[in-house]
Design a protein around this ligand. Structure first.
Ligand code: ADP
Length: 301
């Protein structure tokens, strides 16, 4: 098969591994720099140009679109879809998963377990917002944050009020969430491919920290997940319409709750922690499922 990896940097671990795994299995794999692809969207025959020439047809495309280029990246992916190329994850599903509010609303509507969560922009009654989500302790998140930046834990309602006031002053979108203390500073990353969790790891925050992000000194280890956690992760990916997803789960005393569904999960941490050939399993998913003109939305979404 001829496979394109849409990625800004061929040297990133995940990109390298996908290219390597594809070539090992006898496929022709090319890395296409997302921002350098250009297209004539008004043409009757959709095509993509790259480095001065029209791209030859591909059988499948693996999108690795960074959060900062979601808008242009999903447009390039949509063009591949209009050309009938099989996308590992569809453009609409990626856009959906990048919108945290939309994602949580969708997951909630489909009955996937979530922490009690409120959204706000400029609430005129902060105490009411706080009591709506069950009072302190609370986690307050800036929607635009990544890697745990802009995630604050407030032990008391007074602290929560001050933080909310400060964030409101920044005119930011805010998420207010029940603090899952019983998770003990750990979360579980489940790597879903198709309808299976093919690898899972636990990320544990360092002592004195509640955020388990590796950037904040968290450490990763192997974990055996329960059938309920497995089902929750697979359902979450399915609700989002993602074939491949990194689903982050917290163990709460009301069952597994989903924090986030990531459409371009990093492969380095999960492969080194579990010793699994995640890239190889992704390629084999493509081998089994890639058919031309099978995009459900055909680039319409
Ligand atoms: P980011 O997407 O920026 O990484 P997250 O929402 O994943 O932000 O939060 C960062 C970390 O904080 C999570 O990995 C988790 O360990 C911890 N955390 C986030 N929300 C909660 C919560 N409601 N209860 C307990 N811990 C949480």
């Amino acid at each position: 098969m001829k496979i394109a990896v849409l990625s800004r940097n061929p040297n990133l671990y995940s990109t390298r591994r996908l290219v390597e795994a594809g070539r090992e299995r006898g496929h022709e794999v090319h890395v296409i720099d997302t921002l350098r692809a250009y297209m004539n969207i008004a043409s009757h025959k959709p095509s993509i140009h790259y480095k001065g020439a029209e791209l030859e047809p591909f059988d499948a495309v693996i999108p690795r679109i960074g959060a900062s280029i979601t808008f242009y990246g999903t447009a390039v992916l949509r063009q591949f879809e209009m050309m009938g190329v099989f996308p590992l994850n569809e453009s609409v599903a990626i856009s959906r998963s990048r919108d945290k509010l939309r994602s949580l609303q969708l997951l909630s509507r489909k009955g996937v377990g979530l922490p009690v969560t409120g959204f706000a922009h400029s609430p005129d009654d902060i105490p009411d917002l706080i009591s709506m989500v069950g009072g302190a302790p609370l986690v307050i998140k800036l929607l635009e944050g990544t890697q745990g930046i802009g995630v604050v834990m407030c032990e008391t309602e007074k602290a929560a009020e001050s933080v909310l006031e400060a964030f409101m002053g920044l005119k930011a979108n805010i998420m207010v969430q029940e603090y899952i203390r019983e998770a003990g500073g750990a979360d579980i990353r489940c790597l879903v491919v198709g309808d299976k969790v093919i690898a899972a790891m636990k990320r544990q925050a360092r002592p004195g920290e509640f955020r388990s992000n590796l950037h904040h000194g968290g450490s990763a280890s192997l974990i055996k997940i329960t059938p309920e956690e497995r089902m929750t992760a697979v359902r979450a990916a399915k609700v989002m319409g993602l074939n491949v997803a990194g689903v982050d789960i917290l163990r709460s005393n009301h069952g597994p709750v989903v924090m986030e569904v990531n459409s371009s999960p990093g492969l380095q941490g999960i492969e080194s922690t579990t010793g699994k050939d995640v890239a190889g399993l992704i390629i084999s998913y493509i081998e089994k499922n890639a058919r031309p003109n099978q995009t459900r939305t055909k680039g319409k979404g």
